[in-house]
Design a protein around this ligand. Structure first.
Ligand SMILES: Nc1ncnc2c1ncn2[C@@H]1O[C@H](COP(=O)(O)OP(=O)(O)OP(=O)(O)O)[C@@H](O)[C@H]1O
Ligand SMILES: [Mg+2]
Length: 442
């Protein structure tokens, strides 16, 4: 199967226009070269004809030397031979060694004389025959030199036009390239209508329909998000009632059934946690409201999160602490930062065996405030690592969880243009390094 060739509009245009310009250049060059050559040879012919008629009219033929020295004429010169009456040898000749054909037709002929091609003009009068000749080679050389000069403008112009084509096409398509980059940037969390200002009219219908599509996509994602949020919200109330009723019922359950009843209760609790996580995810996916943003002290959020899990950590003998705490502030909704961090800390505590260690730290790097959570748990299989941010993905099914925690963290990071990364420790110990970063503000 052959792969379809990837075509660039710009390259195609540039190539086509350059080939076109070159063809025009070559055709124009050839024709002007040939015209120049023809013009030159017409001029040289005219010179031969004029020389012959002058010689005849002025009677100067008589004054040519009767016995010129043989082969004394420069080779580019015009050779003259004058015949008279019926005498077989020339009456006068500038070079008697050159045997011009006396009986040539009147006018111009080209003939081989002495092994060379000659251009001959024959003037036939009753009293005399005047023949004027020039070497064809000399004529060619003269014409060639002149006509090559006519090629220079084309040789210079064609490459200049190539460059101009490249610049013009690139300029015209730059706007298109920019649009492409904008379209590429659109994703679930970032919907922005494309601007039509400065867009060529041919492209405008595309932009308008892309914009309509973006609008529809945004709407459908928003309504899906709203459905999840509403559903989770609606489910919360009956589930809370269910839990209360179960708690009230507990004393009345026969001792032999207590074990099964506790399973029922923990099932209810699990469902409650899943619904709570669903609600958080739906909230994290919602559009950000600018009026809820404040300057948040990152270390305060970290201290709160640690304080919150401290009882569980103590109970399980996990040493949790915050060591390196650089002062850092971000511009955000404080609850969002808290929710994101709590999910990371809860993972660290939950997946780390009893007696382990969890360390939190805050530092500012390249204008980003990073919160890092390092645990001493088993880490995650490298093959599964890329999927941990997927909704409902769980690498460890032994420990309870909904599989939504990291999706929530990622949604919150995206919401603020931040980033979240999860990797296995590389300091020789097992465990996970989870980091979440937001743009730092002074
Ligand atoms: N610190 C960690 N150590 C080991 N495994 C982890 C760690 N953090 C996450 N994981 C793995 O990644 C999976 C996805 O984590 P995520 O937080 O999204 O879901 P969850 O913890 O299962 O559920 P939830 O957080 O909603 O209760 C987890 O099931 C777990 O297998
Ligand atoms: Mg989790």
């Amino acid at each position: 199967m052959s792969m379809p060739k990837i075509r660039s509009l710009r390259n195609q245009l540039v190539l086509a226009l350059c080939v076109l310009v070159s063809v025009v250049g070559v055709v124009q060059g050839i024709s002007s070269w040939q015209l120049a050559k023809a013009g030159m040879s017409a001029l040289l012919d005219l010179r031969l004809e004029q020389a012959a008629s002058r010689l005849y009219k002025s009677g100067l033929a008589e004054s040519l030397p009767a016995i010129p020295s043989r082969g004394s004429q420069p080779e580019r010169d015009i050779y003259v031979t004058v015949w008279r009456d019926d005498i077989a040898t020339p009456y006068r000749s500038t070079d008697p060694a050159l045997a011009l054909p006396r009986d040539a037709d009147p006018g111009f002929t080209t003939a081989m004389v002495g092994g060379e091609s000659w251009r001959i003009y024959t003037l036939r009068e009753p009293s005399m025959v005047i023949q004027v000749a020039q070497r064809s080679r000399v004529r060619h050389e003269l014409a060639q030199a002149r006509s090559l000069d006519t090629l220079w403008p084309m040789i210079v112009l064609v490459p200049l036009v190539w460059i101009a084509v490249l610049l013009v096409v690139r300029r015209a398509l730059r706007r298109l390239t920019r649009l492409g980059a904008q379209v590429k940037a659109i994703d679930m969390t970032h919907f922005e209508q494309l601007s039509t200002s400065g867009v060529p009219t041919e492209i405008r219908p595309f932009i308008t329909s892309i914009n309509t599509m973006i609008g529809r996509l945004e709407q459908s994602i928003e309504s899906e998000r709203k459905f999840i949020s509403d559903a989770a919200h609606e489910l919360r109330t009956p589930l809370t009632a269910l839990q209360l009723q179960a708690d009230n019922l507990q004393p009345h359950i026969a001792p032999g059934n207590q074990e099964r009843f506790r399973e029922l209760q923990s099932g209810i609790r699990r469902s409650g946690r899943l619904i709570a996580q669903l609600l958080r995810l739906a909230r994290a996916d919602a559009a950000l409201k600018a009026d809820t943003l404040t300057r948040v002290d990152v270390s305060a959020v970290v201290v709160d999160a640690v304080a919150e899990v401290l009882p569980i950590a103590l109970q399980r003998g996990i040493d949790i602490g915050a060591d390196e705490m650089m002062g850092a502030h971000v511009y955000a909704n404080e609850a969002d930062i808290g929710v994101a961090l709590r999910n990371l800390v809860s993972n660290a505590i939950r997946y780390t065996p009893d007696g382990g260690k969890v360390d939190l730290s805050v530092h500012v790097r390249d204008g980003m405030a990073w919160i890092e959570v390092v645990d001493s748990g088993p880490g995650i299989d490298e093959a599964q690592l890329p999927r941990v941010f997927d909704r409902f993905f769980r690498a460890n099914t032994q420990i309870e969880g909904s599989g939504l925690g990291l999706s929530i963290v990622q949604a919150i990071a995206n919401r603020y243009g931040g980033a979240v990364t999860l990797r296995n420790r590389t300091d020789g110990q097992s465990g996970i390094v989870a980091s979440i970063g937001f743009a730092a503000v002074p």
